[in-house]
Design a protein around this ligand. Structure first.
Ligand code: NAD
Ligand code: UDP
Ligand code: UDP
Length: 312
């Protein structure tokens, strides 16, 4: 039986990944320091004989024996990663070094959850993997963006220098059940605000765009990438190319939730990217993957989840 380590396994994406790995018959070790993740996300897995939870911060060395590593540990929402920016960089960089050192010692394949943020505020649209990005190195988002860029550098240097078996996924905005209600990202904010009848907070004029991928599609992509041929390292864009403005997103969510919530406008945070949309040609060709879930269907599932959560 293959043993799989998932760092950040108690978070939004990590908990869905652990669940799918358990369903597929793997032995799963979930490592998390609960900075943004919660036990509630993985509570249903705790009694499973092949699921193990370890409270650990990846900025410290970790000595375990596994066959494969998914490195997801890192806060992903701007509100959370900016709360302790030094710790964010440490998690991305020291965390990557430790997990790469671990992978090197035990000769395990290792996948990095990188991000579309490596493209910064992009001049190339849609973004392709060969675009080097436009990132501010000293702004409030830099701890995350540059941390993730440095982690990619480390992955490719360990690959070249130590022949490590690596996979790098550039994940674009992903949403779905188990996002934290106070996560701060746009989908959870808008849905929770709409359900509570509070003002929907659009930052800026709402004309900036994002492309949202439903969590089930993303997990399928991560699993396919992990299983892909050894010579395919990525980086590969994973995301849904359907692009929407934040105003359109707010209107869609308001329509689906109903009720009386109104839209209000707040200042745009510094360095907020104006547009973002993945070119997923490479993922289609190399992984035979494309997202299946329409935005409205994914939003309905997400709204259902938050409705149940807010009632309990
Ligand atoms: P999340 O905040 O829900 O999950 C991150 C998890 O990592 C949490 O459980 C947190 O407690 C844990 N963690 C943070 N610092 C840690 C540390 N030092 N040691 C151990 N655990 C630590 O976020 P998510 O959306 O599930 O994101 C998971 C990964 O995917 C992140 O690496 C993120 O950068 C990447 N990603 C996510 C998205 C997205 O839209 N969800 C987009 C791009 C990239
Ligand atoms: N490391 C770890 N677990 C291991 C092996 C290494 O956490 O099983 C950490 C170790 O603390 C080191 C880092 O990974 O700081 C990088 O390891 P590597 O072997 O690449 O570098 P070195 O130990 O030579 O600095
Ligand atoms: N945003 C917004 N209202 C909110 C939260 C976010 O208008 O309550 C905007 C934010 O300024 C950005 C977009 O929505 O333009 C996506 O933000 P998120 O934090 O979800 O992800 P990221 O900026 O990292 O893509």
């Amino acid at each position: 039986m293959q043993r799989i380590l998932v760092t950040g396994g108690a978070g939004f994406l990590g908990s869905h990944l652990c669940e799918r790995l358990i369903q597929r018959g793997y032995d799963v070790l979930c490592v998390d320091n609960f900075f943004t993740g919660t036990k509630a996300n993985i509570f249903h897995l705790l009694a499973h004989p092949y699921f193990e939870l370890l409270r650990h911060d990846v900025t410290f060395p970790l000595y375990v024996e596994v066959d494969r590593i998914f490195n997801l540990a890192c806060p992903a929402s701007p509100v959370h990663y900016q709360r302790d920016p030094v710790q964010t960089t440490k998690t991305s960089v020291h965390g990557a070094i430790n997990m790469l050192g671990l992978a090197k010692r035990i000769k395990a394949r290792i996948l990095q959850a990188s991000t579309s943020e490596v493209y910064g505020d992009p001049e190339v649209h849609p973004q392709t993997e060969d675009y080097w990005g436009r990132v501010n190195p000293i702004g409030p988002r830099s701890c995350y963006d540059e941390g993730k860029r440095c982690a990619e550098t480390l992955f490719f240097d360990y690959h070249r220098q130590h022949n490590l078996d690596i996979k790098v996924a550039r994940i674009f905005n992903t949403y779905g059940p188990r996002m934290h209600p106070n996560d701060g990202r746009v989908v959870s904010n808008f849905v929770v605000q709409a359900l509570r009848g509070e003002d929907i907070t659009i930052f800026g004029d709402g004309q900036q765009t994002r492309s949202f991928c439903y969590v089930d599609d993303m997990i399928e992509a991560l699993l396919r990438l992990m299983d892909s041929d050894k010579d395919f390292t990525g980086p590969v864009n994973l995301g849904n190319p359907q692009e929407v403005t934040m105003l359109e997103l707010a209107e869609k969510i308001l329509k689906l939730v109903g009720g009386k919530a109104k839209i209000t406008f707040r200042p745009l945070p510094k360095d907020d990217p104006k547009q973002r949309k993945p070119d997923i040609t490479l993922a289609r060709v190399k992984l035979g993957w494309a997202p299946q879930v329409e935005l409205e269907d994914g939003l309905r599932e997400t709204i259902g989840y938050f409705k149940r959560l807010l009632k309990s």
